[in-house]
Each structure stands twice: as C-alpha cells, then as structure tokens.
Design a protein around this ligand. Structure first.
Ligand code: NAD
Ligand code: ZN
Length: 249
C-alpha cells in the first residue's frame, strides 16, 4: 500500500485541477452503512422506487419509517479521515470540485464550501414538496409522524413531501448534472472514492473524465467494472489511503 500511496501522491503533485467523486464508501468509516457491501443496507432491504413512493401511501409510510429509524445513525455521523483529507485538498486549491452521490451532508460538515460540492442524488438532511418545492425540516415531519402516524402532504399545495434525495426511477437534478459535467471536463485528475460505480448516470463521470484525457484513480475496497480504465486502482480503506496521501490524521 505504501507504493500505492506514493503513486497517488505523484499524481496529485502533477495535477493542476483535480476532481473528487465520492460514493457511500467514503462514509462507512463514519458509521453510515453503504448499499452494496456485504454489510450494506441492501443486504437487508430493497430500495423503494420513486413511482411506488408517489403512487402509494403504504410505500410512503415504509419510506418514512426507514428514514426515521436510520436518522440517529445519520445524525451521529461525523466526517472521517477520508472526508478530512478531501477537505484539505479543496482548501489547498488542488481539488476544484467534489461530486458526490452521497446524501449525508458530510462533505459540507467537513468544511467544504457548498459551491464546490455537487450533490448528484440530493440530500437526506431535509425534505421538500415534490410539486411546489417548499422545504420541510426532518424534525418537524418526525413530530407529526410520531403524533399522527403519517407525514402529511404539503401545507401550501397538497403535494407529496419527500426527502430531498433522488430515488431510483426519479429524474436527475439537471443543474447538478450540468455542474458535474463541467467540473469533470475541467479536471486533469479524477479520483473516485468508495463507489461501486454501477449507478448511472452518476457512474458515467469517471469514463467521461478518462475520455477527456484526465488521469483516473479509483480507491475502493472491492473491484469495480471501471478498474481497467483507471491509471491507479487501490483496494484499501479510503481513510488510510487518502489520509496517508494527503498527510491528514
Ligand atoms: P455502493 O454501496 O454501491 O458502493 C460503495 C462501495 O464502497 C463498495 O464497493 C465498497 O466496497 C466500498 N467501500 C465501503 N467502505 C469503504 C471504505 N472505507 N474504503 C474503501 N472502500 C469502501 O455505493 P455507491 O456507489 O455510492 O452507490 C449507491 C447509492 O447509494 C448512491 O446513489 C448514494 O446516493 C446512495 N447511498 C448514500 C449513502 C450516504 O449518503 N452515505 C449511504 C448509502 C447509499
Ligand atoms: Zn407544495
């Protein structure tokens, strides 16, 4: 692993504009389970499709039950060594943008300015109305849920309220997709941290970077289908690899 870290350091030193692309794997060291690891969420439950959420009050109830059960883990989570290393690279001006599939807000919590974070799959730390966009805080929704057993519809327009995340079957946020594309095309080094790279269109960004002649690095416990595209693949924990490469404890 020492050689791998040295190789990553060299790539970082040679880069003038790097982009970091993160998946659930960067947050496991903060205690948030990922999806596809053997200990991931999907070993236990299947995802709820957007169409089912919209069509059925039962699925909505199930989604909120899962959300509130998971909430204490999310709340307790703090940025880990991997997040801190990425934040340092941003602070030093080495990394221009962090494109994330995560919905946990931990890049923000690590001190990276909002304008340098692109959330491809939204954010689970608040909710909004699917029709008028009105924002709702999770705590307020939980109170109603505990009292009435349901999350009510939008107070303004009767629309359905959902966490501000992008579910399977739901359209991608256009502005975020555009920003991610721009950042990817401006990068000379593209570093993937903790993603199985199977969820598209998000997983299309590393190959796009590569086609645009950026160097590609993948740090992930398990192999991915894109490993063969990469200039450097490191199958180790993100905290140790990034912390080691950047000099962050
Ligand atoms: P994924 O679960 O499909 O893949 C995570 C990958 O990270 C796995 O291949 C695993 O081997 C690797 N990994 C886990 N911990 C690691 C560590 N400490 N060091 C190195 N590698 C590690 O996750 P994905 O690719 O992000 O796609 C799943 C979807 O799940 C995303 O769309 C995301 O929105 C959502 N999700 C987000 C969170 C979060 O916000 N923290 C958590 C679960 C799922
Ligand atoms: Zn509304």
């Amino acid at each position: 692993m020492t050689d791998d870290i040295a190789a990553l350091r060299r790539l970082l030193a040679a880069s003038r504009r790097a982009v970091v692309f993160t998946g659930a794997g960067i947050s496991t060291e903060s205690g948030i389970p990922d999806f596809r690891s053997p200990t991931g969420m999907w070993a236990k439950v299947k995802p709820i499709m957007f169409q089912d959420y919209v069509a059925s009050a039962e699925w909505r109830a199930e989604a909120w039950k899962r959300k509130f059960e998971h909430e204490h883990t999310m709340r307790a989570a703090e940025p880990n060594r991997g997040h801190r290393a990425v934040a340092r690279l941003v602070r030093e001006g080495k990394v221009d943008a962090v494109i994330t599939q995560n919905i946990d807000g931990l890049h923000q919590a690590s001190g990276i300015p909002e304008r340098q974070i692109v959330e491809l799959h939204g954010n689970a730390t608040y909710a909004h109305c699917l029709d008028c966009g009105e924002r709702y805080e999770i705590d307020a929704l939980r109170l109603a849920w505990e009292r009435d057993g349901v999350v009510h519809d939008c107070l303004k327009c009767d629309g359905i309220i959902k966490t501000a995340t992008v579910s399977f079957g739901q359209a991608m946020p256009e502005a975020a997709m555009l920003r991610a594309r721009e950042a990817t095309l401006a990068a000379d080094l593209f570093i993937v941290l903790g993603s199985s790279l199977v969820v598209y269109p998000a997983a299309g960004f590393p190959p796009l970077a590569k086609r645009n002649r950026a160097r590609l690095v993948i740090v992930n416990h398990e192999p991915t289908d894109q490993d063969e595209l990469a200039d450097l693949v490191i199958h180790h924990g993100i905290g140790d690899v990034m912390g080691g490469a950047v000099g962050v404890n």
